[in-house]
Design a protein around this ligand. Structure first.
Ligand code: PMP
Length: 335
């Protein structure tokens, strides 16, 4: 048995997450499917890495000074990650979010010490949109920086420098494919770039939810969305700076029903409580595994991201009334 060494700072708890062989997905794909346990980060999601790299980048370029403030427009995991790393480094956090977001999210961010600014929901073209509001707030607040997770490439750098080398080492260099969905695109682009630097034959696949425009972009060059998804944190309609130049070899489109089926199976059969983006990623990994088997790669090995904990979705994905209201199948143990 090997033990992980004592960490000298809570920030060192970010990253170095375990990689787990997923039994059901491997059986379904006919090859080994591995999940990177990003829910094991202190903020319980993959976004802790981006938050830490964005903060360190702002310190290094001098825009974030002692006692300063980090501002971001986000309702989700990025806000949680930023609030935690900011606390650990003595900075303040201001999070701007639409007032339509769930009460749980507001309570979570307040509980972590972030200052919340609520704005009415508005289209992206409206200057009152929460992303634009957060940029303006950062400009107007003395000593504040705007995290700008979509177009700040410190985000994908976190995955080039940490997630990708961890996966490569954990798999002892024997990896044939990697796939995940995109929100900002930091994870797919960064892990893709990082893994290709080790071995350019690793197939990098985008797994897109319905309602996002990237599947069509990588399939036929046109940013066009079809359908819709209730998955939080994923689904992108433009080429963000983080996605620009991402080495995407192929793409899959996965429905919420397929993703939810894996969320249910992983919980019931393997004891993993995950969010829907993880279920969609696993469905994509199974599709990629099957494709690599069909192409004749001997015993291919595929990795994907288990993005966040299911405990963040008790009132949605794990709630019977909510599932029914979205027309999604209700897990048998909730019915
Ligand atoms: N899943 C969840 C639950 C997320 O919060 C995010 C972050 N937006 C992602 C997946 C996608 O990660 P990225 O922003 O790196 O594309």
């Amino acid at each position: 048995m090997t033990f992980t060494p004592i960490r000298r700072s809570t920030l060192e708890l970010i990253g170095n997450t375990p990689l787990v062989l997923l039994q059901g997905p491997s059986a379904a794909a006919g090859c080994e499917i591995y999940g990177k346990c990003e829910f094991a980060n202190p903020g319980a999601s993959v976004k802790d890495r981006a938050a830490l790299w964005i903060l360190r980048d702002a310190e290094a370029n001098g825009t974030l000074q002692p006692g300063g403030t980090i501002v971001e427009g986000t309702a989700g995991n990025t806000g949680i990650g930023l609030a935690l790393v900011a606390n650990a480094c003595g900075y303040k956090t201001i999070i701007v979010m639409p007032e339509t977001q769930s009460r749980e999210k507001m309570d979570t961010l307040r509980a972590l010490g972030a200052e919340l600014v609520l704005v009415p929901a508005a289209p992206f073209s409206n200057p009152g949109h929460f992303v634009h509001t957060s940029r303006r707030l950062a400009e107007e607040t003395p000593g504040a920086v705007w995290a700008n997770q979509f177009d700040n490439v410190a985000n994908r750098k976190s995955h080039i420098e940490s997630t990708a080398p961890e996966i490569w080492e954990q798999m002892a260099g024997r990896i044939d494919g990697f796939t995940c969905a995109a929100g900002t695109g930091g994870t797919i682009a960064g892990v893709g770039m990082g893994l290709k630097a080790f071995d350019e034959n690793i197939v990098i696949a985008l797994t897109d939810p319905h309602g996002a425009a990237l599947y069509n972009y990588y399939a036929c060059g046109e940013l066009k969305a079809e359908g819709s998804s209730v998955a939080e944190g994923i689904g992108q309609g433009r080429i963000t700076a983080n996605l620009d130049g991402a080495p995407i070899d192929t793409q899959f489109r996965i429905s919420d029903a397929e993703g939810m089926a894996w969320v249910g199976r992983l919980l019931q059969d393997e004891g993993l409580a995950l969010g829907l983006s993880s279920g969609i990623n696993v469905a994509g990994a199974v599709a990629l595994g099957r494709r690599l088997v069909a192409e004749g790669r001997p015993a291919p090995r595929v990795a994907t991201i288990l993005c966040d904990t299911g405990f963040r979705y008790l009132s949605t994905l794990y709630n019977r009334a909510w599932l029914e209201s979205k027309g999604l199948p209700v897990f048998p143990w909730l019915a």
